[in-house]
Design a protein around this ligand. Structure first.
Ligand SMILES: [Zn+2]
Length: 622
């Protein structure tokens, strides 16, 4: 059975795999050098007798076993380039840095297991470790299982798994335990006396005592750490667990920094564009999470303020998401009620670590799925996220004036960023944004700013259309959004659940809970001949249900899980759906679901929209 993947986070691929006759292995997994009596179901790692200069190992589970046999070479110790060595049935020992050409050749031989022979030396070097993992994966793809021998300690397991290491062994921890170390999955090394005095652990080793108590405890600590890591991966919270472990050992923070810096695009590509639950962003490291980096980057690369917006209103974010539903934001809205030309007002929230969030993007993940500790102190990177976005909005928008409904002390760092040529009004004297005086000042300032502009020619709905086009630009890129929004175009629906139609047929829907458009066949047809997020399907396979990996001929590398993708067959539109895997994994893996197909194209007629009802109501043309 080839590898199947049902959970992706960071470079981690959770699912099942096979090593020879060892089938149905749940990965990531622990290889136990010395499983104790309660190690039922564990994978054992054994050293077998071998001639001088050769190492023989066996990974066994139940009655089945998978053997490795390879020459022991100096690079295992020195970390120098050692290349690739066959180690038995579909297994290879790799020493980084390796010859990329040779590694690509190895890819065709479909290895099941790669052991990074000098993983320990690379780890000691720091940045070399994530770099080696990246080169390995880029040359050999995601299908082979990756084992990094003698690197894992219980508290390191979350980070190793986040980096895409599938197999970790207990060797290093058992050696340390033999030297008297008490390994704690949360704190790293801990004084054995303190742990004993408090009866910290109730594993068999700790409660039974004996000469090998610390080693038995180490085995239990590894198992606990692996269970915790798998649980976090299953819950989509592996990154949080990685961050939670950083204080156990400084090298983890270093390694995450190198990973975010050097593997950032790879991590971002693996991160879904959709979100289902609120996540906490507590540490400085949280600010570098891929979904936050992506939101900030797409705002600058893809987004422009709707052209009819002539007054920029900056407000503080709210703890409640989306912001517009919060008490403070509802009070701002009430204070402005009835003002003429309000559709020209562009409400933009200032927040950390996301930067700036224009009102029409409040549902785009992760804008409605983050929670932060509020301190009123802005670190330099937090300020940079805001000022970078503000510079972009000011340079690409058509604002004539700015109203800053912000605490003038806390947000003093924005003063210099507002150009002298724009009329800028600060409406607050302190941090009370919803006092009667504050709301009156807000109304007066906005009214004064809106006065010279006059109404938008197409009315408020024309502005809604502009706003929706910006959501599409952030999602699909600007050229595709422009094609989707070519007239004729009608809006049907209500605020925060919009349907785009061409007057007869639905083109796309936007629900606030998802924050991104779903395309229909007619909508995707507007994106031809060169649609974004396209997948070429095998023309010999009938597209009757969902699309599985073997049916994917090629997939755009820009596809992220959750993306609305366009299925093509020989260049013709075949269907639309939602990506389950990132584009590159659709061709790197050989097994598993690739796309949940929502609509299939038929020769003459398109399938009806199955979600949100049919579009019998004809919305206004805008
Ligand atoms: Zn214990």
């Amino acid at each position: 059975m080839p590898r199947s993947v049902d959970r992706v986070e960071g470079l981690a691929l959770g699912g099942r795999a096979a090593l020879g006759s060892l089938v149905g292995l749940e990965v990531p997994a622990l290889l136990e050098s010395r499983p104790s009596g309660d190690g039922e179901g564990a994978l054992r790692l054994e050293s077998l007798p071998a001639p001088v200069g050769t190492r023989r190992l066996a990974i066994s589970g139940g009655r089945e076993r998978f053997e490795l046999s390879y020459p022991v070479s100096a690079p295992e110790i020195t970390g120098a380039s050692g290349g690739l060595a066959a180690a038995g049935e579909a297994a290879w020992v790799v020493h980084a840095p390796f010859d990329g050409e040779a590694a690509r050749g190895l890819r065709d031989r479909a290895p099941a297991l790669l052991a990074l022979g000098n993983a320990r030396a690379l780890w000691a070097e720091g940045p070399s470790f994530p770099t080696a993992v990246r080169s390995l994966r880029s040359a050999l793809g995601s299908a082979p299982l990756l084992w990094c021998p003698r690197v894992a300690l219980p508290h390191r397991i979350p980070l190793l798994v986040y980096l895409g290491v599938d197999l970790v062994d207990t060797t290093e921890g058992l050696l340390r335990a033999a030297d008297g170390a008490f390994l704690d999955p949360t704190l790293g090394a801990l004084e054995p006396e303190a742990a004993r005095a408090e009866h910290l652990c109730d594993c068999a080793g700790c409660s039974g005592g004996g000469a090998d108590a610390l080693e038995r405890h180490a085995s239990a600590a590894y198992r606990r750490a692996m269970r915790e890591t798998r649980t976090a991966l299953r819950a989509g919270r592996l990154r949080e667990l990685v961050e939670a472990r950083l204080s156990s050992e400084p090298v983890l923070a270093e390694m995450l920094r190198y990973t975010d810096r050097d593997l950032g695009p790879l991590l971002e590509g693996r991160t879904p564009v959709t979100a289902t639950a609120t996540r906490s962003y507590v540490l400085a490291e949280s600010h570098r999470r891929p979904e936050m980096v992506r939101f900030r980057a797409r705002l600058i690369e893809r987004y422009r303020p709707p052209p009819s917006k002539s007054v920029l209103l900056l407000v503080p974010c709210s703890q409640r998401k989306p912001y517009r539903t919060s008490r403070s934001h509802r009070r701002f809205a009430s204070a402005l009620e009835g003002l003429a030309g309000l559709e020209r007002l562009h409400t933009v929230s200032v927040s950390s670590p996301i930067g700036l969030v224009p009102r029409e993007l409040e549902d785009v993940p992760p804008a409605r799925h983050y929670d932060i500790p509020v301190t009123g102190d802005w670190s330099e990177p937090e300020r940079a996220a805001v000022t970078g976005a503000l510079d972009h909005l000011l340079s690409s928008g058509h604002y004539r004036s700015v109203v800053a409904h912000l605490d003038p002390t806390e947000y003093a760092f924005l003063r210099d960023r507002l150009p002298a040529g724009l009329e800028v009004q600060w409406t607050l004297v302190d941090d009370r944004t919803t006092s009667a005086e504050a709301l009156a000042a807000l109304r007066a300032a906005v009214e004064r700013s809106l006065a010279p502009a006059g109404p938008v020619p197409g009315g408020p709905l024309a502005v809604v259309r502009e706003e929706l086009a910006e959501v599409a630009a952030v999602q699909f890129g600007r050229p595709a959004a422009e094609r989707l929004f070519v007239p004729p175009l009608r809006l049907a629906g209500r605020p925060w659940f919009q349907r785009l139609t061409d007057g007869r047929t639905d083109l796309a829907t936007l629900r606030e809970e998802r924050g991104l458009f779903h395309l229909t066949i007619a909508g995707a047809r507007r994106l031809l001949p060169d649609p974004p997020l396209a997948i070429e399907v095998d023309p010999t396979l009938p597209l009757t249900g969902d699309l599985f990996v073997p049916g994917v001929r090629s997939a755009a590398p820009e596809i992220r899980a959750g993306d609305s993708v366009v299925l093509l067959r020989d260049g013709d539109l075949a269907g639309v759906g939602e990506a389950v895997l990132p584009g590159p994994l659709m061709t790197e893996l050989r097994h598993g679901l690739a796309v949940r197909v929502r609509h299939r194209a038929h020769a003459s007629t398109d399938t009806a929209l199955t979600e949100g009802g049919s579009s019998t109501e004809r919305g206004p043309v805008v």
